[in-house]
Design a protein around this ligand. Structure first.
Ligand code: B1M
Length: 213
């Protein structure tokens, strides 16, 4: 197998044997983010496909998730960090009912490496908790992540609850369950502030930078 194929295979097979040396070899050719977005994400796509076809069980997908997390943790130290002062404060949460956090945590890494203070509320976060954190932290942006179809609906509910609480800070949403169109047509009308869709972590950073400027 080529190096790229091996990297994808670690994720698909949920195996870590040889992972770190291969990640280090990949770092001589690619940036940390290119390794994540390229071979590691390709592996995750394949995991999603196999899971969908009932060829993998949840326990196996968890092992794949572990490989992804270990890889991201290892690659993080090699990512470029900007030395700027704090550009803004961003709350991040995976919405109520959803446990997927690899994407959200990647967004945290990218944003915090680029001058943002992140308040990561974790997974399955109910709207009340987001409202409370927003008030405590006086955050500039509220970031919501969700991967399940029902999480897209939960984002609508969350936006409604934030609005009812009198909050109109910009919301940034992302995750495989969403599209730009859904964000525009279904979430935005329920909220008084801006609602922005980020297709990936770098897009999230671009949007945050635009908002802060
Ligand atoms: Co789940 N799962 N899962 N899963 N899982 C999906 C999402 C699924 C598509 C797989 C499939 O069937 N093909 C499917 C959803 C179906 C649907 O609703 N349409 C699914 C399902 C069904 C489930 C369960 C219901 C399975 C079950 O129990 N029967 C269950 C749900 C439990 C729950 O949430 N209540 C479940 C559980 C799990 C695990 C726990 C085993 C594990 C998650 C581990 C973890 O996160 N700690 C897991 C995994 C790993 C996946 C897949 C395979 C991979 C997700 C992932 O980590 N991708 C996934 C299939 C797939 O996506 N191909 C699947 C890598 C990650 C870096 O990408 O999160 O998309 P992603 O994030 C990207 C962008 O989306 C964006 O930036 C990131 C980086 O570029 N982004 C943002 C994300 N959030 C953002 C926020 C932003 C900005 C950008 O601003 C705030």
């Amino acid at each position: 197998l080529t190096l790229e194929e091996r990297l994808a295979t670690y994720v698909v097979e949920g195996s870590k044997e040889g992972l770190i040396p291969d990640l280090d070899e990949a770092l001589t050719k690619y940036s940390p983010l290119a390794i994540i977005n390229g071979p590691l994400m390709a592996g995750m796509e394949e995991v999603g496909r196999l899971f969908n076809n009932n060829e993998l069980i949840v326990a196996e997908v968890l092992q794949s998730a572990e490989v992804m997390k270990t890889s991201v943790a290892h690659l993080e130290q090699f990512m470029e960090k900007s030395e700027t002062s704090v550009k803004g404060k961003i709350i991040l949460a995976t919405v109520k009912g959803d446990v997927h956090d690899i994407g959200k945590n990647l967004v945290e890494i990218i944003l915090s490496n680029n001058g943002y203070r992140i308040i990561n509320l974790g997974i399955k976060v109910p709207p009340e908790r987001i409202i409370e954190a927003y008030r405590e932290e006086k955050a500039d942006v509220i970031g919501l992540s969700g991967l399940l179809v029902k999480s897209a609906q939960q984002m609508i509910i969350t936006a409604q609850d934030l609005k009812t609480a009198g909050i109109d800070a910009p919301i940034m949403v992302g995750g495989a369950a969403l599209t730009r169109k859904f964000t525009k047509n279904r979430i935005r009308p329920e909220y008084d502030g801006l609602v922005l869709y980020a297709k990936d972590a770098m897009d999230g950073l671009d949007l945050a930078n635009k908002l802060m400027n």
